[in-house]
Design a protein around this ligand. Structure first.
Ligand code: PEP
Ligand code: MN
Length: 264
């Protein structure tokens, strides 16, 4: 069902209020790794409004390698996140980690993100198949392209056709960077599936000064959008500060993306 043989035209994700994600639009979603405070939300929303970015990312349920790391503000953080986004016409993408969270999150979420650690949580995928909200599925930490497509097939076959695929890098023997961003996956996924393909260069390389180059490469490779971590003060971020762009870096990237978009 997620294959190009089944449907040749690219799927368009309509988030309402004129916000859509469609083939070759290169929609940018941006925001912090984690939602941290009301002040943080306000400052980042203001920057997104300035850059005309319509979708904000930010985790309130965080899958962390260590149980002692910051694990997110939970549903109260999501409500705050929603208030400020709603008031500014911005849509929300945030991670759902388990089935029991879906119902409480539903009114406040525009796109449910399935994280790399949950790509093959088949009960979660089944449950998201019954939800009337878009779902972005990230490629598993050591997941193949086919496994990502099969995970999408779970959600689609359970009834939810509003799906996005995300390449966020995979684990390889290389340790000079956080993950190996698989640029090859982009044209392959585009060829195999009608679903929008979103690049996550932040987790894909994990090194702030190189996030811009990987984002531009993803656009050139045919991605339909990117999800980018940014923070006014990356050094102070509660999670993933090493890969968050600051506002000046983000603005520069947005400008370069618009130049490259014209050129290709
Ligand atoms: C995230 O988006 O902050 C995240 C935890 O990503 P991933 O699931 O790709 O590691
Ligand atoms: Mn992160």
């Amino acid at each position: 069902l997620v294959s190009r043989q089944w449907k040749t035209a690219g799927t368009v994700i309509d988030l309402g209020d004129g916000v859509t994600i469609s083939e070759r639009d290169f929609t940018v979603m941006a925001g912090p790794c984690s939602i941290e405070s009301e002040e943080q939300i306000e400052r980042i929303v203001a920057e997104l409004v300035k850059q005309n970015v319509k979708i904000m990312r930010g985790g309130v349920y965080k899958p962390r390698s260590s149980p002692y790391s910051f694990r997110g503000l939970g549903i109260d953080g999501l409500k705050l996140f929603y208030q400020h986004c709603k008031a500014n016409g911005i849509k929300i993408i945030t991670e759902v980690m388990q089935v029991s969270q879906i119902e409480e999150m539903l009114p406040y979420v525009d796109i449910f993100q399935v994280g790399a650690r949950n790509t093959q949580n088949f009960n979660l995928l089944d449950a998201l198949g019954e939800v009337d909200k878009p779902v972005m599925i990230k490629r598993g930490i050591s997941g193949s392209i086919d496994e990502l497509l099969q995970s999408a097939e779970y959600v689609f076959s359970a009834g939810n056709e509003k799906l996005l695929l995300c390449e966020r890098g995979i684990r390889t023997f290389e340790n000079a960077y956080r993950n190996t961003f698989d640029i090859n996956a982009i044209p392959i996924l585009k060829e195999k599936s009608h679903l929008p393909v979103i690049a996550d260069p932040s987790h894909g390389i994990g090194i702030r000064k190189h996030v811009d180059k990987i984002t531009l490469a993803a656009l050139a490779a045919g991605a339909d959008g990117a999800i980018i971590e940014m923070h006014y003060s990356p050094e102070k971020a509660f999670s993933d500060g090493q890969q968050n762009l600051n506002f000046a870096e983000f603005e520069k990237l947005m400008n370069r993306l618009s130049v490259l978009k014209q050129a290709i």
